[in-house]
Write a new protein. Structure first.
Length: 231
């Protein structure tokens, strides 16, 4: 084989290897999909048409990084010198208003108010307050009412269907069929076999996890434990 043919074959092979390595797509280089950005609107920004106009005040400020110069007084120690500086400074926390006087600081922060302990009121044009005794805005969703309509006959039927075919009759399907919650179905028809099968599948999935995912899952469990401790 002539030298030029060997060189061409080697060059062609190198190009294939280079193209296969550099043509990999990641999340940052993946082509854009419309469905990925088609997120449903948040419920607090889309009030229902049945509710009266002007009954909601949407306050959704843009996110910003924490700043030590804007620490609310509620989170400062009692002996901190910044309390006196905040009380003397002309800011949103010390703007005088002649509409209403607050004789003593509120023990709890109310919706739409700043976390502070200043006895001076805030101008409603700058930082509106909810007056004492004012009704709250209507709920975004109607309150759920508990129903106690299932008798012993329906409960036995749920247990029978759940025991015969747990794959077809899942908790959600049984809840839709009998008009109850999936939690109620799980309480009255505990399927130990289905639970053990689910745990086995989860163990198989976890066995294929890499060290990064295992570490991320451990960190998540640690955060959950800290949430419970803080409560």
């Amino acid at each position: 084989m002539p030298h030029s043919s060997i060189w061409k074959a080697v060059s062609r092979l190198q190009y294939k290897i280079y193209a296969s390595v550099n043509s990999r797509r990641y999340e940052s280089s993946y082509r854009r999909h419309v469905k990925r950005t088609n997120l449903p609107p948040a419920p607090f920004t889309t009030p229902k048409p049945s509710q009266p106009k002007g009954s909601h005040i949407i306050f959704n400020p843009p996110p910003s990084s924490p700043n030590v110069y804007h620490t609310p007084l509620k989170f400062l120690p009692l002996g901190d010198g910044r309390r006196q500086l905040y009380a003397q400074a002309q800011s949103l926390y010390t703007v005088a208003s002649s509409t209403r006087k607050v004789p003593s600081p509120w023990p709890v922060s109310k919706p739409g108010t700043a976390l502070h302990e200043s006895t001076s009121t805030i101008s409603t044009s700058l930082l509106p307050r909810i007056p004492d005794g004012a009704p709250l805005p209507p709920a975004l969703k109607p309150p759920a009412t508990k129903k106690y309509h299932l008798g012993q006959k329906e409960i036995e039927e749920i247990r029978r269907l759940r025991k015969e075919d747990p794959t077809t009759w899942t908790r959600d399907k049984l809840a839709d069929k009998f008009g109850c919650s999936s939690f109620f179905v799980s309480v009255i028809s505990t399927n130990h076999e289905a639970g053990k099968a689910h745990e086995k599948r989860m163990e198989e999935v976890k066995s294929r996890w890499g060290p990064r995912k295992m570490d991320a899952r451990k960190q998540r469990e640690r955060r959950k434990a800290l949430w419970g401790r803080d409560v």
